[in-house]
Design a protein around this ligand. Sequence first.
Ligand code: SAH
Length: 362
Amino acid sequence: MTDISARLERLIAAAGPIPVALFMAEANTAYYAARDPLGSDGDFITAPEISQMFGELTGLCLADLWQRAGRPDAAYAELGPGRGTLAADALRAMRPAGLAPPVHFVETSPALREKQAERVAGAFWHDDIATLPADRPLLVVANEFFDALPVRQLIATYSGWRERLVTHDGEGFVAVPGAVPFDAAVPAHLRRAAPGSILETCPAAVAITRALAARIVAQGGAAIVIDYGYAEHAAGDTLQAVHAHAYADPFAKPGASDLTAHVDFAALAAVAAAEGAVVAGPVDQGAWLAALGLSTRAAMLAKATPARAAEIEAARARLADADQMGTLFKALAIVAPGWPAPAGFATIDDRAAPPESLARPA
Ligand code: SAH
């Protein structure tokens, strides 16, 4: 039994069942603190680990935006940078455009901070976004960060809505409805939902997006949030666990598998707009990367290293095709008023038509 399992079991024995959000927060903190979960020998793989093209195109998108915004003194900030691969690829792609910003990482895992330091020299680390620089525009990227934040779940029962809690039945952790009625927390049209229906929210994602949007409005800049999720609110349980590249029971082994939930882009867009930011998207990852010149970049890489042509094409397909990551993953842009629209997003207004392709040799 892991330390975190024992600790949660003691907590539940002493205080009673705990909210799903607390279970997820504790499990993921333990999970990320100790290890590098990314890559083929880890538990899951992410877009920047699939191909350098992902980070390069993200970097070119930001460099193009920065140029059209008049080349201000800006900082690069990344939330949950994993191994630092996206940042390394993005920063390399930005340099020829004359963009070499100071780098700020928001990362809680000591193990991953070490990896990031190996990939990116001279970065500054933060526990949360509160301490990011306040004196300049921010160019922010978050890839597969919001899906790792704890979700709160409500469940419909025969006697009304309850918070979904986690208890320990002597053999293992199991989810159960709590005793306290939660009907007042549920929108009126969902009050009579069929028993077993689940409503999920991510208070941490909303709080972080609100604070990030406020910073961007006050300081200038933009944030690009890429994650898997849904463009419109949807009811349902999306909590999932991934271990060794396979789905697992999310409650079975806290701290041993990665817990994620689908990102509610509509909720993030609404809170960012309420702070006064201009919101573009979400657009499908495949369409976004295609607009940034993914095919051109893939062709260039294949020409430079013909022996790797099949591998490069497989990576392109994995990132962009509809049956792979292309439509499940989406990109949302949160932009300061007065800044142009980042390329690849539906044009915010006529000031900023995205260029046809940003791809060029690194
Ligand atoms: N962006 C990377 C890694 C995604 S995994 C990639 O695409 O490969 C999620 C990342 O978010 C990890 O770096 C993890 O340590 C970090 N993370 C998770 N919860 C966090 C939190 N609450 N605050 C800061 N970082 C967090």
